[in-house]
Design a binder for this molecule. Sequence first.
Ligand SMILES: [Zn+2]
Length: 371
Amino acid sequence: MRDAGLEVRSDAAGNLIGRREGLSERRAIAVGSHIDTVPNGGRYDGALGVLAGIECARALAAGGPPLRHALEVIAFANEEGARGSAWLFGSRAVAGLLEPEEVGRPDEEGLALADRVAVFTGGPNAIDGARRPPSDFRAYLELHVEQGPMLQALGCPIGVVEGITGRVSMQATFRGAANHAGTTPMDLRRDALVAAAHMVLEVRRLVLDERLARVGTVGQLAVEPNALNIIPGVARVALELRDGSDEVLAAVPERIRRSAEAIATRSGTAVEVHHLGTTRAVPTSPAMQAAIERAAATCGLRTYRLPSGAGHDALAMGHLTEMGMIFVPSAGGVSHSPRESTSAAACVDGCDVLLNAIAETDQLPVLAGEN
Ligand SMILES: [Zn+2]
C-alpha cells in the first residue's frame, strides 16, 4: 500500500483502513467495500471495490490532482455476516449501528462475536472503539458488482445506485417431539420439520400474494436430530425479507410471528420467533448520484439509475455521511457463486469512474466542523 501513499491501520472491528491526508480538509472521502465472502462465493463481490480503492489511491499518489480532502480506503470486515446475524459487521461497527445483544449473543460454538473479534484485535469487548463520528467523513463511495442482470441486459457499463433496500431477518424455532420413524403413527406425530416446511411456503405466499415485502427468502434450515429414521424434534428456520420502504418492513416481524404461531397450532408444535434485526433502507445522496454521473460522462460511459436489492457496506456508511454507489455489470446476473464474473474491461471502467467520482466529490462544498 506504500505506493498508494496510505497509512494503514486496523480497527477494533477488524476493518483495515488506509488513509492519506488532504491539502486542507481533515474530513475524508472514504472509498471501499469488503474482503470477506460467502461459502462458495465469487471473486468480485467486495474485493473489486477494495482493490479499486487502492488503485485510485495509487493513481492519485502517482501524480493525480491533489485532493483537498483526506482519502480513506477501507476494507470492511465480515460484510456477509458469518456466524449468525451480524451482517455488515465491520461497517455497522464504524457507524455505531451494532446492537449490544448481537455482539454479546453466544453462537453455535458458545462464543460471542465480541470474544471472536477480541482474538485478532487483542482487546475484549472493544468493538465500540471502531465507531467513528460523522465529522470524520465528507462522503463514502463504493464500487461493487451489480449481482443482478439489469446492466448486462441494457448493455450499460455503469449503474448509479439510487438506494439500498432494507432487510428484516428472523428465526422461527419449531419444537415437536422426536420419535421413532417406524413405530409412531402418522396422526400422533408432532413433526417439527413439517411445521418448518409450511413456514417456508408461507414466506413465499406472504410475498407473492400479500406483497408483504419486495422479496422474501428462507435460506437456512437446521433440523434435530437430523437422522433418517427419527421424526424431527426441532427445526430452526432462518428467513429474511427485503424492501425499499421502512414502513413496509416495520410490519414484517408481527406478520411473520402470527403466521408461525398459526402453523405451530395446526401442526401440534410449539414455536419461538426471534426478530434478529432490521436494517433500514438507505437512499443514496442525490449529490453523489450526480457526481458519479459527471464522472461517468468524463470517462465517456453511459449510466443507468437502479436500486440495489443487495445490502452493502454503503448502507451502514450512509448513516454517517453522504453515500454513493457505482455498479458494474455481472455476467449473467450471477453472484454468490464461483461463476460470478465481470470482464476486466468493465472493472477498469468502474475504477475509472470511481477515480473521477473521488475528484468530483472533492469539489463539492466543504463541510463545516472540527477541521
Ligand atoms: Zn458485496
